[in-house]
Design a protein around this ligand. Structure first.
Ligand code: NAD
Length: 482
């Protein structure tokens, strides 16, 4: 793909413009500069919030059905631009084209799903509330919470955005979106699709830029009713602190340290495939990575051998290579961070089974071999912290109770996977795990109908499903004397 040398990074009140912050956008597979995006600052945030505040007066009064028409147009626009969006995801993020296709299809499904929920709102508005007396009547309204700020990371550009943007628009909120400064290109293209979908000016605003230049003032602006943030815990805490000053609502989707549990009667081949999917999809840069693999001791030796063989056979390559299985990490900083984790893991005494280095045939780009450790100390950073790279830690367990305790022993609680041929054990273990989503014998499939989010320090609130919509609504009851 050929990119213009510079791109305007602001879409405010229905107009594109350039800000003063120059963001260098890199292709992680080649380390080459793709383009420069002119992002914004505090002034751009102020203008975007003003535009959204003005637009909210009318947009909040539209019916759900009217909003659904726009959401469906956005879904159709994304479907029409599918190939180009996939290429942008692959070029800017480093993920293989087949993974980018999954992302784009998820975006389409999310906008279509929330179009349906927006329509359903009309029939439920002002629903009657049963009271224990006939002296009063009561009705329930669900109203948009106001102007919202959406801040997203780089690992699933457009997807994390769609999970916030579609329900916010469906609820009747006006939006200021800040994409990651690392991967602004997919969101810029999505914004162009939204701009063509017929939204009134000011309902949707985009301000590209760094966290400090744009994210921080957005989190602090008193006219914003709610911040919905996906990213690291460190930044999530800062966002929450800034939002606290004006008692804003916050939804947070943060980190994870999730487990895949292979019970004693599991199909080993399936377990190996699911372990690779949970550890190496998106080069492991997933909040939902199941980077702890817990294996029943009866299966441990055979499982580890087969996992090693499979991991060593994974084809790491350019995202556009037709045979690629795993692409590049997103940038130099992330690459160094993951290599640092591998080094500290080795120093902690963990045993490297395979990987740990750059593939010999890929001298450029942020490529890393799929990496597997075992004998990882329980108090090491490798075991306890989110790595956000293609690194799995395998450990055996003697009993179901031990496996559950190991999986739950984390400040995070985002997801988990269970592999077993025993249906009763599957449900028993799934019910005991502290995680917002548990997959049984399944890859990490996500549906707009099921919630996304987790326990403990992984999340505040839930995205997707009706919960994703409720996150952008206020509840109002009207009680009348009869
Ligand atoms: P990050 O926290 O560094 O950045 C996320 C976003 O916040 C970016 O847009 C960034 O510019 C912005 N930001 C940075 N500093 C800010 C500040 N002071 N105020 C406001 N905004 C600021 O995260 P990242 O490196 O882009 O993404 C990786 C992290 O995201 C991982 O920890 C991962 O677990 C998490 N994540 C979580 C989920 C989930 O659903 N739970 C999904 C994807 C990623």
């Amino acid at each position: 793909m050929n990119f213009p040398t510079t791109l305007d990074g602001l879409y405010i009140n229905g107009r594109w413009s350039a800000g003063s912050e120059h963001l260098r956008v890199i292709n992680p597979a080649t380390e080459a500069l793709l383009t420069t995006v002119n992002g914004g600052d505090q002034t751009s945030v102020d203008q975007a919030v003003s535009a959204a505040t003005h637009a909210f007066k009318d947009w909040s009064q539209t019916s759900g059905s009217q909003r659904a028409v726009i959401l469906r147009r956005i879904a159709a626009g994304v479907a029409e631009g599918r190939e180009q969006l996939m290429q942008l995801q692959a070029s800017n993020n480093g993920k293989p084209l087949f993974e980018a296709a999954i992302d784009v299809d998820d975006v389409i499904a999310t906008f279509e799903y929330y179009a349906g929920l927006a329509e359903a709102l009309d029939g439920n508005q002002d629903s009657r509330v049963e009271l224990p007396t006939e002296d009063f009547s009561a009705r329930l309204r669900r109203e948009p919470c106001g102007v919202v700020g959406l801040i997203v990371p780089w690992n699933f550009p457009m997807v994390t955005t769609a999970w916030k943007l579609a329900p916010a628009l469906a609820a009747g909120c006006c939006v200021v979106l800040k994409p990651s400064e690392v991967t602004p290109l997919p969101e810029l293209q999505l914004a162009a699709i939204i701009a063509a979908a017929g939204l009134p000016d000011g309902v949707f605003n985009l301000v590209c830029g760094s966290g400090l230049a744009v994210g921080a003032p957005l989190s602090a602006d008193p006219r914003i009713a709610k911040i919905s943030f996906t990213g690291s815990n460190a930044v999530g805490v800062q966002v929450m602190q800034r939002a606290a000053e004006t008692v804003k609502g916050v939804s947070l989707e943060l980190g994870g340290k999730s487990s895949l549990l292979v019970l004693k009667d599991a199909d080993i081949e399936l377990a190996v495939e699911l372990a690779c999917g949970g550890g190496f999809f998106n080069a492991g840069q997933m909040c939902s990575a199941t980077s702890r693999v817990l294996v029943a001791e009866e299966l441990a030796d055979e499982f580890l051998l087969r996992l090693q063989n499979r991991a060593e056979a994974i084809r790491v390559a350019d995202p556009f290579d037709p045979n690629v299985e795993m692409g590049a990490l997103v940038n130099q900083a992330q690459y160094q961070r993951v290599l640092g984790h591998i080094d500290r893991g080795l120093s902690s005494g963990a045993k490297l089974i395979c990987g740990g280095n750059r593939p010999a045939n890929l001298p450029r780009g942020y490529f890393l071999q799929p990496t597997v450790f075992t004998e990882v100390p329980l108090d090491s950073a490798l075991w306890c912290e989110e790595i956000f790279g293609p690194v799995l830690c395998v450990r055996s367990f003697a009993s179901e109770a031990e496996a559950i305790a190991l999986a739950n022993d984390s400040p995070f609680g985002l997801v988990a996977s269970v592999v077993t041929g025993d249906g009763a054990a599957a449900d028993r273990v799934a019910n005991a795990l502290q995680a917002g989503l548990v997959w049984i014998n399944a890859p990490q499939v996500i549906f707009p109908q099921t919630a996304w989010g987790g326990y403990k320090q992984s999340s505040i609130g839930r995205e997707l499903g009706p919960w994703g919509l409720q996150a952008f609504q206020e509840i109002k009851h009207v009680i009348r004397a009869v």
